[in-house]
Design a protein around this ligand. Structure first.
Ligand code: ZN
Length: 290
């Protein structure tokens, strides 16, 4: 099946990432990590507004009490989306400037999970952290290289996770009450020709949508069978992440990057924000509860 991918914004982002629908304000939040930017895109008006932060936001999630939370290289901070004001919630690896926070999402109970990664991308020195609603931070597992896609199954029993260089989508049994993980196993092995698995989201049927860095596509996987069941061809190579948005969650928004692209004649739209109707919807993403 051919999908009709549409350019939403010719943003020319160095590293567009982390799209997430803010269902209170009906806007798409996304980050341009390497240029320290948080973007707020309103599909109703077509307007994209951005805030420049003092450091790289690895991810952004809406905050239940208003505004958003960003994972900066060494801290979690609340962000006022009107003024850009930041308020620190908790430190993360303040003693390790070689690492920064990368992708993250909230679980159904509103805890924010974010992994760190070595900026050099060459070691397993990253750790997955969980920021609880009381602002306490705890390490959940280590040996992480480039911490990326994270999502929870509709029945809340499973957390899916991508550490990019493993080329795997792993699953954990997730205990919603305690927020603990167990029984890590690989549910999808990404074929090498598909390139690096990056950001991930989940649809109402429990199937996984993954952006592929260097792959010129975004794919749908069935975690029950491990198979790829759909592929959306993209007009640029570095496809970083995707998220369902619009008030009915029927549109898949996809971020991309210009970083490490050499031939912009070949892919002039690299770094753009795109959208596509994939024939299945997503659902409301969880906000940070603290
Ligand atoms: Zn990513």
């Amino acid at each position: 099946m051919a999908y009709d991918v549409e350019l939403v914004l010719d943003a020319k982002a160095r590293l567009g990432e982390g799209p997430i629908w803010d269902h209170v304000n009906n806007v798409l939040l996304w980050v341009n990590i390497l240029e320290n930017e948080v973007h707020i895109y309103d599909p109703a008006t077509g307007n994209d507004r951005h805030l420049v932060l003092p450091a790289m936001p690895g991810t952004i999630v809406p905050r239940a009490c208003g505004g958003a939370v960003v994972a900066l290289p060494d801290q979690f901070a609340a962000l006022d989306l009107d003024t850009g004001a930041l308020t620190k919630l908790a430190d993360v690896e303040v003693d390790n400037p070689a690492n920064r926070c990368n992708d993250g999402k909230c679980d159904p109970q509103g805890r924010l999970w974010t992994g760190t990664m070595p900026i050099s991308e060459d070691s397993t020195s990253g750790t997955m952290y969980r920021l609880d609603p009381d602002h306490s931070v705890r390490p959940m597992f280590d040996e992480v290289t480039i911490s990326n896609g994270l999502c929870w199954s509709p029945d809340q029993s499973t957390m899916y996770y991508i550490d990019t260089p493993t080329f795997n989508i792993d699953a954990f049994d997730f205990d919603p009450g305690s927020g603990s993980l167990s029984n890590r196993r690989t549910v999808v092995k990404i074929p090498e020709e598909s390139a690096w698995p990056d950001g991930m989201t989940i649809d109402v049927e429990g199937k996984l949508w993954v952006g592929h860095w260097g792959g010129w596509h975004c794919c749908r996987y069935d975690p029950e069978t491990g198979e790829r069941i759909a592929r959306v061809e993209m007009p640029c190579s570095n496809v970083t992440a995707c998220a369902f948005g619009d008030p009915d969650f029927s549109t898949l928004y996809i971020t991309t990057a210009r970083e490490r692209v050499e031939d912009f004649d070949e892919q002039p739209l690299a770094g753009g924000l795109f959208k596509v109707d994939v024939g299945v919807a997503g659902s409301e993403q969880h906000a940070y509860a603290g």
